[in-house]
Design a protein around this ligand. Structure first.
Ligand code: KIV
Length: 274
């Protein structure tokens, strides 16, 4: 059954399993496999749309993919990312959160940033929008952080990540994603804040974990971060299936008897006769 936001907010230590999905078939598979939460992440820009970062992803892209994921997982708790430059002001954030929740069917939005996004989170929460925060490595501003690198290795940056997570809790987030931070820092933050932390590349002590679907099943052949664990080689299996199909078309083995339709002999005779 779909959790309520209040239940999620109180699920410290629950070991929530979250996974991304961006379309009907993947959301359906992910929901049927029994994850707790589905994230329609703006990582879709890289793993589905072929961009080299998440920056070009638009609100339209997010609405389109969230609608498809919702059709695949009608009962799931679905979080959708507000993409880059879609939440610069409270008014803009509210307008775009409305697109994701009212038009596309998301249950919550996620946005990136720590103390600097507090006024935005407060406005969304005041309006009744459930918000999942995201600190540490924030892909939308990765360039300013020095690239896709571990965050919070020294006292200043670790404090920035930790203070950001605490500020997001005070602003009303129901949870916070910790991306690419040292495991001991994630443990410290998880112990300090009262809302669940959902880690990606943040070690085992978060209250939940999230991965990108295409990384987990081996569908993305571009850069794969070291913290990813591949549970399947779906890309290899798909390539093998497609190459066997092409071979069988060329050899005449496909379509066979089982993939063809018969016809009444009388009808056929009359056609040949005419
Ligand atoms: O966009 C995304 O998929 C994400 C996760 C990696 C947390 O933000």
């Amino acid at each position: 059954m779909k959790p309520t936001v209040l239940q999620l907010r109180r699920s410290k230590g629950a070991r929530l399993a979250m996974l991304t999905a961006y379309d009907y078939p993947s959301a359906r598979l992910v929901a049927e496999a029994g994850v707790d939460l589905i994230l329609v992440g703006d990582s879709l820009g890289m793993v589905v749309l072929g961009y080299d970062s998440t920056l070009p992803v638009t609100v339209e892209d997010m609405v389109h993919h969230t609608k498809a994921a919702r059709r695949g997982a009608p009962e799931a708790f679905l979080v959708a990312d507000l993409p880059f430059l879609s939440y610069g002001t409270p008014a803009q954030a509210l307008e775009n959160a409305a697109r994701l929740m009212k038009d596309a069917g998301a249950d919550s939005v996620k946005l990136e940033g720590g103390e600097e996004v507090v006024p935005i989170v407060e406005a969304l929460v005041r309006a009744g929008v459930p918000v999942l925060g995201h600190v540490g490595l924030t892909p939308q501003t990765a360039s300013a952080l020095g690239g896709y690198k571990l965050q919070g290795k020294d006292v200043d940056t670790a404090r920035r990540v930790s203070d950001g997570a605490a500020a997001l809790e005070r602003a009303g987030c129901w949870g916070v994603v910790l991306e690419l931070v040292p495991a001991p820092l994630a443990r410290l933050i998880t112990g300090r804040i009262g809302i669940p932390t959902i880690g990606i590349g943040a070690g085992p002590d978060c209250d939940g974990q999230v991965l990108v679907f295409h990384d987990l099943v081996g569908l993305f052949t571009g850069f794969t971060p070291t913290f990813v664990k591949r549970y399947a080689e779906a890309g290899t299996a798909i390539k093998d299936a497609v190459s066997r199909y092409a071979e069988e078309v060329r050899s005449g083995a496909f379509p066979g008897e089982g993939q063809s339709f018969r016809m009444n002999d009388e009808v056929l005779k009359r056609l040949y006769g005419s």
